[in-house]
Design a protein around this ligand. Structure first.
Ligand code: FPP
Length: 247
């Protein structure tokens, strides 16, 4: 049965965020090192973007490297950066063919120069694509993002470019890395862990959270659609009562 057929195309989440977890455990279960797990994570990335695009998801954001991930062994960090560089280069023709607009969030300046260069090139090449926005969260931490937003807003207040009384939710939102993205409707985390791990805290305020035991390298289109189906079966009340929603 094609799970895609079970999806109501009128109620697809606008923005899906994914915490791709379990690469290390997947590799260990096969008697291999963690880097082997990361290398085998790319099919899941491809399948998720493809699946999202096919049902009309507007934006998909992948937590590829957190601010905390800098604490990992240097060999693993180097391998992840090489993987990022090589896969971005390799995927560019497919991004163009499939209308994928690449975007990034996080402290991109802290990435190795080569990674920044390839990322910026791919962002620039794909900037006119319109089918789906694929955002890589790299050296990303949500609290750091919020701190930066507060600093930038404060500077504008001090410089009298912004009136303190006029600060509202939109002001905060417009100063986050994600200013150009819709709020997250659905967050998927693989590998059985049930945490948000400093990912898009503001943006996920009303997101549905979906946790699956599948380890990220095993995640496929059908699993992505399972998450969408579950999302569509939940009642999103945004603080209202069930009765108010049906009125
Ligand atoms: C979590 O698994 C995964 C990461 C920290 C890195 C995510 C990176 C990829 C999916 C590689 C490909 C991505 C791009 C953008 C090229 P883990 O290592 O924490 O696994 P564990 O919890 O089982 O140890």
């Amino acid at each position: 049965m094609d799970k895609k057929l079970l999806i109501d195309l009128q109620k697809v989440p606008h923005h899906v965020a994914i915490i791709m977890d379990g690469n290390g455990r997947w590799a260990k279960s096969k008697g291999m090192n963690r880097i082997f797990g990361h290398r085998n994570a790319l099919t899941a990335v491809r399948e998720s973007v493809e699946a999202a695009s096919q049902v009309g998801v507007e934006a998909i954001t992948l937590y590829a490297f957190s601010t905390e991930n800098w604490k990992r062994p240097k060999m693993e960090i180097d391998a992840l950066m090489s993987l990022l560089i090589n896969s971005l280069k390799k995927e560019l023709p497919d991004f163009m063919k499939n209308g994928v607009k690449v975007n990034s969030i996080g402290c991109i300046e802290s990435l190795p120069y080569k990674a920044q260069k390839v990322l910026n090139d791919v962002i620039s090449e794909t900037k006119n694509n319109t089918k789906i926005i694929l955002t890589f969260a790299l050296s990303y931490g949500s609290r750091e993002e919020i701190v930066n937003a507060v600093k930038n807003i404060s500077k504008k207040v001090v410089n009298k470019e912004l009136d303190l009384e006029k600060i509202d939710e939109n002001t905060i939102n417009n100063h986050l890395y994600t200013f150009n993205l819709p709020y997250v409707d659905l967050m998927i985390r693989t590998s059985g862990e049930q945490r948000i791990s400093n990912f898009l805290l503001w943006q996920m305020a009303y997101a549905e959270l979906y946790f699956t035991d599948i380890l990220w390298p095993d995640f496929r289109q059908e699993h992505f659609y399972d998450a969408i189906i579950e999302y569509q079966n939940r009642e999103r009340r945004f603080g209202k009562t069930s009765e108010q929603l049906t009125e």
